[in-house]
Unconditional design. Structure first.
Length: 420
C-alpha cells in the first residue's frame, strides 16, 4: 500500500475528517500517578498547551528538540560519529530511554552510516517496500529518527495509545464491527501498572508495540506520519506543525480508560460531587463483593476447577481499588476547594459529623437520666438526677435543627459543585 492509497482509503479519509473536528473539541482527563495530580484537556490545542515533560512545558521542550535536531543533522552531514553518538545519547536521556537503547547505539560501529541507511528505509512512500532487516525500531530510536527526518513522528507508547484510543472512539461512533486494517495502530504499556494504555475491547483489537518490534512498528510509524500531516492540512487548523499535534497525543496517551471504565467508571469524566459520592459507595460495595468472590475461589478441592478465575478477580479488585483511591483523592480535593460563607466543605463535613456524634451522646445521656427514680422499699438506694432532662432535650432539639440545616446546605453544594 502506497502513501496515496492509504490516505485515499475510505476508512482513513473518514477518520481524518472525524479527527479534524475533534481538534477543537475533545475532553480527556486522568490522574497522573507521577505528578500526583489530575490532568484534563478540552481540546487537542489545550492538551498541547498543558504539555509537561521533565518539568518543562511545550515551548521549552520544543526548543530543546530543535537544538537536538540541529546537532544531529550537523553531525551526520559532517560524518562525525563521536558527535552523532553524543547527541543520540542526549536524545535518549531526554526521553528517559537511554538505558534500554545505549547498547544498540554503541553496537553501531558507524552510527552515521546506519542512520543514513535507516532513513532510506523508513521514508519510503510504500508500506510494501519496507525492509526491516537491520533496522532498529523502539520508542528510543523513533525519537532519534524523528529529530533527523522531517515530519517523522515520535511513535512511543503514549502516542501509540492515544492513536489507538482515537481509532476506537471513531469505530464505536461509526458502529464498525471491528477496527479497519488500515487504522490498526499499535500501543505500548506503561511502566506503572496503575496506568492503563491498553485500548483493547471485545470488538476492537490493537497490537502491542513490544510484540511488534520490526516491520509492523515501522508501518505504524509511517502511517502515523502520513495521517497526522494530513489531519493538519486544512485552513482552520491552529497547529503550526506535526510536532505540536504529536505533543498533544503524547499528553492524552499517558492514560486511557479501560473498556469497563468507559461504561461504569466515572473518574474519567466530568461529574458533580454528589455523583462522585454515589460512585464511591458503589465502588466500596463492589470491592466487598469481590472480596467474597475471591474467598469463595481461593481454595478448592484438588482436581476441581474454581467457579471463577481468581487471577481475573484479583485484577478486577486491584482496578477497583485504584479507582477508589483516585476518586477519594478527587473528592477530598474538591471538598477543600469548595466553600460557602467563608467555610470550606471539609469544615462543614467535620462539623456535621461532630454534631451527629454530639446528638447521639446527649440522647444516650438523657435516656439514662430519664430512668425510674421510684423506690419499692425504704431499704432501697435512692437515685436522684444530676442533669435536667428538659434542658438536655432542648440542646438535642437545637443541635438537631443545626444538623438538618447543615445537611441541606452540604447536599446543595454537592449537586452544584463540579468534581475537580
Amino acid at each position: 500500500m502506497t502513501k496515496g492509497q492509504f490516505l485515499n482509503d475510505t476508512h482513513v479519509s473518514k477518520f481524518i475528517c472525524w479527527f479534524r473536528n475533534k481538534l477543537s473539541d475533545f475532553t480527556h482527563s486522568y490522574y497522573n500517578q507521577k505528578e500526583k495530580e489530575e490532568w484534563r484537556c478540552v481540546s487537542f490545542y489545550d492538551a498541547c498547551d498543558k504539555y509537561k515533560w521533565g518539568g518543562h512545558n511545550w515551548e521549552e521542550t520544543n526548543n530543546t528538540l530543535e537544538d537536538y535536531s540541529k546537532r544531529l543533522k550537523e553531525s551526520i552531514r559532517n560524518r562525525d560519529n563521536d558527535a552523532c553518538r553524543k547527541v543520540c545519547h542526549d536524545i535518549l536521556q531526554w526521553g528517559g530511554v537511554l538505558q534500554e537503547n545505549k547498547e544498540k547505539i554503541e553496537g553501531q560501529t558507524d552510527l552515521v552510516d546506519y542512520l543514513m541507511r535507516a532513513k532510506e528505509v523508513i521514508t519510503c512512500d510504500s508500506l510494501d517496500d519496507i525492509i526491516e532487516e537491520g533496522i532498529i525500531m523502539s520508542s528510543g530510536f523513533s525519537k532519534i529518527y524523528s529529530l533527523y527526518i522531517d515530519d517523522f513522528v515520535i511513535y512511543d507508547s503514549r502516542v501509540g495509545a492515544a492513536l489507538c484510543y482515537l481509532v476506537k472512539l471513531y469505530c464505536k461512533g461509526k458502529k464498525c464491527e471491528c477496527v479497519p486494517p488500515t487504522l490498526k495502530f499499535a500501543y505500548g504499556a506503561s511502566r506503572n501498572p496503575k496506568v492503563n494504555r491498553n485500548p483493547n475491547s471485545d470488538n476492537y483489537k490493537f497490537s502491542s508495540l513490544y510484540q511488534e518490534q520490526g516491520k509492523i512498528y515501522i508501518e505504524c510509524n509511517l502511517k502515523a506520519n502520513w495521517l497526522l500531516k494530513e489531519v493538519l492540512n486544512f485552513s482552520e487548523c491552529k497547529f503550526k506543525d506535526v510536532r505540536s499535534l504529536e505533543a498533544a497525543l503524547f499528553m492524552i496517551g499517558y492514560a486511557i480508560p479501560k473498556e469497563q471504565e468507559q461504561q461504569t467508571l466515572k473518574t474519567y469524566r466530568n461529574m458533580k460531587l454528589a455523583e462522585a459520592l454515589s460512585l464511591r459507595a458503589d465502588l466500596q460495595k463492589r470491592i466487598s463483593q469481590l472480596e467474597v468472590r475471591l474467598k469463595n475461589n481461593a481454595r478448592i478441592q484438588e482436581g476441581e476447577e474454581p467457579a471463577e478465575n481468581p487471577l481475573g478477580l484479583m485484577e478486577e479488585l486491584n482496578n477497583n481499588l485504584n479507582d477508589l483511591e483516585t476518586l477519594i483523592f478527587r473528592i477530598n480535593r474538591t471538598n477543600m476547594a469548595t466553600s460557602s460563607d467563608g467555610i470550606s466543605l471539609t469544615e462543614m463535613i467535620a462539623k456535621k459529623d461532630v454534631l451527629a456524634l454530639r446528638i447521639s451522646v446527649l440522647r444516650s445521656v438523657a435516656q439514662s437520666a430519664m430512668g425510674s427514680l421510684e423506690r419499692y422499699s425504704a431499704n432501697e438506694i435512692r437515685y436522684v438526677r444530676t442533669l435536667n432532662v428538659a434542658d438536655l432535650q432542648k440542646q438535642i432539639d437545637s443541635y438537631s435543627k443545626q444538623l438538618r440545616e447543615l445537611d441541606v446546605k452540604i447536599q446543595q453544594l454537592n449537586w452544584m459543585t463540579e468534581l475537580i
